[in-house]
Design a protein. Structure first.
Length: 383
């Protein structure tokens, strides 16, 4: 490999296509399109936050949107969801930084939802039901395990969540995937959606140190009864289902809209840790750094109204792989000069720059539409 002093847009395209084609088995053998073309069009659609159709309309030297859509639907079958999921996990951990420790990482697990508005019974069998959001109560859902380490955020594993999966099933599946890759977690951070008796008991049984955000429920009883006094404290609480856990009750005084400060309570389930409530809150805030990965994924989201659930899950996973490629390149190519532990020059290679460069590389390969034919009896007059 020849050392380079610049990271060119063509390099981004080559690295992305190599990662996709080595790990994701989309075998396209059309006479007008091939696998690389399909991946390039899907990548451009993700970078534009658009659809496959709009990406095809913008590129001159690619097949028609209907042709590529037929090829994609033929290549992805719901009967192969498990294989597709395994391939997506392999793409996520491709070329991870060698310096990333395997036995001392802090991991956060969370859900990613895509709203579903259809009424097809077959499609609904692959969607999860949750509280109303964005005009619907049904969502295509994946769960991911991510790590934040020395300023970079990487997704290490994902799983497709089907409606028959329990929350505990999701946690156990991600645990197994991390263990197969040799990762041992020091502390696990989970949000309120995972705070249930079965997950707490499981983490206690396996001895996994963890911090779970706990919802405040009840008017005077329930967990709301813990929100009393003026200071933060640690206590033990028994949930309705009989699960007993250590709790960190944190009192905060955030300013309101009027500028006045009002006491606000935060509850955390703490497993295997002797941290003070203040430290629990401070360390849990690291999870919001990992959550920025989810916001970044939404910046590279392919819009689709497909009736193929396998395509839906595939497009959601593809966005996470793109974010991982960007994070890995930023770590490898933009080291902060100086002594001490290696850190990243965050401003040198922001996500927006990655999106713009990769888009230009794809447009350079397949050219863009720069003119459209005029219809009708009149011609435009250029002054």
């Amino acid at each position: 490999m020849i050392p380079k002093k610049q990271l060119h847009a063509k390099d981004l395209h080559h690295i992305s296509m190599t990662t996709f084609m080595e790990h994701l088995s989309l075998d396209i053998q059309g006479y007008r399109c091939d696998t690389e073309m399909l991946f390039s069009v899907l990548t451009k659609a993700a970078l534009d936050n658009g659809s496959l159709e709009s990406a095809c309309d913008d590129l001159a030297d690619v097949a028609d949107g209907n042709t590529l859509r037929e090829q994609l639907n033929a290549a992805l079958d719901v009967a192969d969801l498990q294989r597709q999921e395994a391939e997506m996990n392999a793409a996520l951990v491709a070329d991870l930084p060698a310096e990333l420790p395997r036995d001392g990482v802090e991991v956060a697990i969370d859900f990613h939802d895509e709203p579903f508005y259809g009424k097809t019974p077959e499609m609904r069998t692959y969607t999860c039901r949750d509280r109303a959001k964005k005009g619907t109560t049904r969502f295509f859902r994946i769960a991911s395990a991510s790590v934040m380490w020395r300023g970079i955020r990487l997704t290490l594993a994902l799983t497709y969540v089907l409606p028959e999966y329990s929350t505990l099933d999701v946690v156990q599946c991600l645990f197994r995937r991390l263990q197969r890759r040799g990762f041992q977690m020091t502390v696990l951070y989970l949000d309120k959606g995972f705070c249930c008796g079965e997950v707490i008991r499981y983490l206690q049984a396996v001895g996994q140190k963890a911090v779970l955000a706990c919802p405040i429920r009840g008017k005077t009883g329930g967990t709301r009864a813990l929100c009393c006094g003026r200071k933060s404290y640690r206590t033990t609480y028994t949930f309705t289902g009989g699960t007993t856990a250590d709790m960190a009750v944190v009192a905060t005084l955030p300013p309101g809209k009027s500028g006045k400060r009002r006491r606000k309570w935060l509850l955390f389930v703490v497993i295997g840790l002797d941290w003070s409530p203040k430290k629990v809150k401070q360390r849990y805030r690291r999870r919001f750094g990992i959550e920025s990965t989810y916001r970044q994924r939404r910046q590279m989201r392919v819009s689709s109204t497909t009736r193929n659930p396998a395509v839906k899950f595939f497009l959601m996973g593809l966005s996470l792989v793109l974010v991982n490629i960007w994070a890995r390149l930023r770590w490898q190519c933009f080291r902060r000069p100086g002594r001490g532990p290696r850190t990243v020059l965050v401003a040198a290679f922001k996500l927006k720059r990655f999106i713009n460069l990769l888009r230009r590389a794809i447009e350079d390969v397949y050219a863009t539409i720069v003119a459209v034919p005029i219809t009708g009896p009149r011609q435009i007059v250029i002054y």
